[in-house]
Write a protein that binds this ligand. Sequence first.
Ligand SMILES: NC(=O)c1ccc[n+]([C@@H]2O[C@H](COP(=O)([O-])OP(=O)(O)OC[C@H]3O[C@@H](n4cnc5c(N)ncnc54)[C@H](OP(=O)(O)O)[C@@H]3O)[C@@H](O)[C@H]2O)c1
Length: 334
Amino acid sequence: MQAAFVVQHGNNDQLRVGDYTDPVAGKGRVVVKVHAASVNPIDWKVGQGYFRLIPGQKMPCILGSDCSGVVESLGPGVTDYAVGDEVMGLVAGGVGHTFAERVSVPAKLLVKKPANLSHAEAAGLPLVGATALNFLQGRLQSGMRVAVVGASGGVGSFALQYAKTQGAEVIAICSERNRQLVTQLGADQVIDYQNCDPAQELNQVDLLFDTIGNLDPDKYWQAMVRGGVIGSTGTGPRDMEMLVDKFGKNLWLMAGMVDGLRQKFRGKRRHGVDYRMVFGMPGGKVMREIARLAESGAVKAVIDEQFPLQQIKEAFEKSQSGRVRGKLIINIAD
Ligand SMILES: NC(=O)c1ccc[n+]([C@@H]2O[C@H](COP(=O)([O-])OP(=O)(O)OC[C@H]3O[C@@H](n4cnc5c(N)ncnc54)[C@H](OP(=O)(O)O)[C@@H]3O)[C@@H](O)[C@H]2O)c1
């Protein structure tokens, strides 16, 4: 089969599109013929060697996290799916091996693709949806003030739509060029982070979701209600590059988690505000919720651009620019 893989950790020059051995469906797994997969920053971060401790990186390593496709074969013990079923799912952040014509996936991580979604739309939802729901679901209540930093991005555009459907008042923090997009997605207020300091504009926020992951909570405690929560998809003000410079590619994440714990204690003790790192985790339950939201039209995939598998390098470069609106999709099978 054709697949996109890195031959060793490094920059985009290590990325190849070429022949790769077909996977087989082991026990409890299915082989999915991948129609579309989405680009998530974790994919190229894994390729560059920032997450070497995550298993599943034997070289040459197929990258990719989530996908939508059709069940092609069933492993022993799989009873929930039949050959030909259209499915979507998050396999694993960065090491899900979905940038390929076929991928072997634990059946329990999949959900049937809603018929009203194309494969491209379905592929754009799993990782960003799992991340947004990890922070918002169960925490968000109707009437809350929710601020989404990076509301025009993959995680942010899902989070904004979800918060709106749950009855929140949503403040989108994005650049001016994305004002129209986030307004169409339901934002009640837009703060242009390039022309003002959002920390000075916000007040009485119940949930602040930093989907970019580099915000300094010390600037934002005063913007929160007591009992509020700040969630971050990253490591806060000491971002990945800074931590890698100081601690190296193996230890930076642990140092970032220690930073997160420090912020948590400081926020609770001094300001009555919780701080948490947010992770997008694979799982059947979260996938069923994402499919339900998409089927009802509550949440739509926002697609910036689509690429054929052969042009994955261009897609990675665009993702690395940090300027993507919604999602980049890699189309694989027709
Ligand atoms: N912890 C986890 O499990 C997890 C899961 C998913 C993602 N992440 C991480 O979260 C980050 C975001 O992921 P993503 O897929 O949502 O990224 P993305 O879609 O590539 O984000 C790009 C968007 O962010 C906006 N943006 C960039 N800097 C901004 C800033 N300072 N303030 C507000 N908006 C800003 C850009 O708009 P402009 O061009 O207008 O600036 C663009 O629309 C990545 O670092 C990713 O690795 C972590």
